[in-house]
Design a protein around this ligand. Structure first.
Ligand SMILES: Nc1nc2c(ncn2[C@@H]2O[C@H](COP(=O)(O)OP(=O)(O)OP(=O)(O)O)[C@@H](O)[C@H]2O)c(=O)[nH]1
Ligand SMILES: [Mg+2]
Length: 400
């Protein structure tokens, strides 16, 4: 699974990315700082099962710090999107293809309203971030519309003549961004559009269809960034209109804390509501910067929001679950004796067989059953994984 960062220019997408991945990428106060996509590893924060299971873990594919397990997940940051991008303005629409590879989207906005629609710095509070959200979504939909409209007339006539659904040719145009025929079928059903009667669809149906496909299959949340600025608080409530998930965010503050933690200045785990200064003799400037993070961000919003946005994208939008495969269901170890070595992030609805496949294709091919380490019950191949499951996979090829 991949999460992508989308938004108009200069809102703090790359700052969010750098804070989440600690990768050093260009960040600057002008539009189109990012041109090529940045790809990196962020972390999903979850409560490790080791305490509940009464063991000390030996994490291998992730870290566990004080019971907080941080599991690597992929994050992509792209160029800013301006009005007209779908027809080539700004940096054009090439990068939309990159971002739409993602399974879910963190839509970063400048909640303080200090950047105009093109990403130029303006009077703080003068801009409406809710309008930015509309603009960005409209551009993505226009781009999708361009793609589905290619040869649309021909495809729709053919489907009426042959009395076959237009879903396959529509899906074919969108396979590049992970849209399947089944997804198109579902969207048509929800919109009450007959797949084999496209010529009789009411005006605006294609527009409604691409919107439906985007909203369902590329779910998004709003990271209301620059929340540390005084003009942000009043603008955040309006972003929630229509039931959107909104996470107040201060990417710059998170970046500062993560770097300070890396340098041993503070003790801080991403997502924490507070930090502790651990180094003596820090400069006055450092002290002041940390104080501001506490006063303007942590004390107001309870966290910097960066980690929450990532967690919410995976656990909320994608219904992801974290599962711990083991080879010994009593000691909770792998064959080397490591306790709870791996924590896997699986998409919502994944089965025990999917977990076996993720571990090794051979294990899936010779799968017999899974064993729940808590109840010691046997589970079949189609068992739907639940968050925090600890499972042993038993196969005819490789018995644990
Ligand atoms: N006050 C404040 N400023 C921020 C925050 N996050 C980012 N910024 C500033 O916003 C400006 C733009 O940051 P970038 O991360 O380069 O923004 P971007 O969205 O990647 O920009 P493009 O790549 O040009 O589209 C920089 O001056 C950042 O320091 C934040 O949480 N608070
Ligand atoms: Mg950028």
């Amino acid at each position: 699974m991949i999460v992508g960062i989308l938004g108009k220019p200069n809102v703090g997408k790359s700052t969010f990315f750098a804070a989440a991945t600690l990768k050093s990428v260009p960040i600057a106060d002008f539009p189109f700082t990012t041109i090529k996509p940045n790809v990196g590893m962020a972390y999903l924060r979850t409560k490790c099962v080791h305490q509940e299971m009464g063991v000390e873990d030996d994490p291998r594919n992730s870290v566990c710090s004080g019971g907080v397990r941080l599991i690597p997940v992929k994050l992509v940051d792209v160029a800013g999107l301006v009005s007209g991008a779908s027809s080539g303005r700004g940096l054009g629409n090439q990068f939309l293809e990159d971002i739409m590879q993602a399974d879910a989207v963190v839509h970063v906005v400048d909640a303080s309203g200090s950047t105009d629609q093109e990403g130029q710095r303006t009077e703080p509070g003068s801009q409406d971030p809710a309008k930015d959200v509309e603009m960005v979504e409209r551009e993505v939909d226009l781009w999708l519309l361009e793609i589905v409209k290619r040869d649309w007339e021909k495809a729709s006539k053919l489907s009426e003549q042959l009395k076959t659904s237009v879903a396959p040719p529509l899906a074919q145009r969108l396979t590049g961004i992970g849209i399947t025929e089944a997804m198109v079928d579902e969207a048509l059903l929800r919109l009450h559009l007959k797949g084999d009667r496209p010529l009789s669809w009411p005006a605006g149906s294609l527009e409604a269809l691409v919107r439906e496909l985007r909203e369902r299959n590329k779910p998004s949340l709003i990271a209301a960034n620059k929340a540390d600025l005084p003009t942000a608080a009043a603008k955040i409530p309006a972003l929630k209109a229509g039931g959107r998930t909104v996470v107040p965010c201060a990417a710059e503050a998170e970046l500062l804390l993560r770097k300070a933690a890396e340098a041993g200045v503070v003790s801080y785990t991403p997502g924490d509501p507070s930090f502790k200064v651990t180094k003596e003799g820090i400069s006055q400037a450092q002290e002041r910067a940390l104080q501001l993070v506490k006063e303007r961000v942590l004390d107001v919003y309870g966290s910097t929001g960066v980690q929450q946005a990532i967690d919410q994208a995976y656990f909320g939008l994608l219904k992801a679950v974290v599962v711990y495969p083991v080879e010994d269901e009593t000691k909770l170890t792998n064959k080397d004796g490591d306790v709870l070595p791996d924590a896997y992030v699986m998409s919502g609805g994944s089965t025990a067989l999917d977990l076996a496949r993720k571990i090794h294709s051979d294990l899936a091919a010779t799968f017999l059953y899974a064993v729940d380490a808590r109840s010691k019950m046997r589970l079949g191949a189609d068992y739907t994984l639940r968050d925090r499951d600890v499972l042993k996979i038993v196969s005819s090829g490789r018995r644990g």
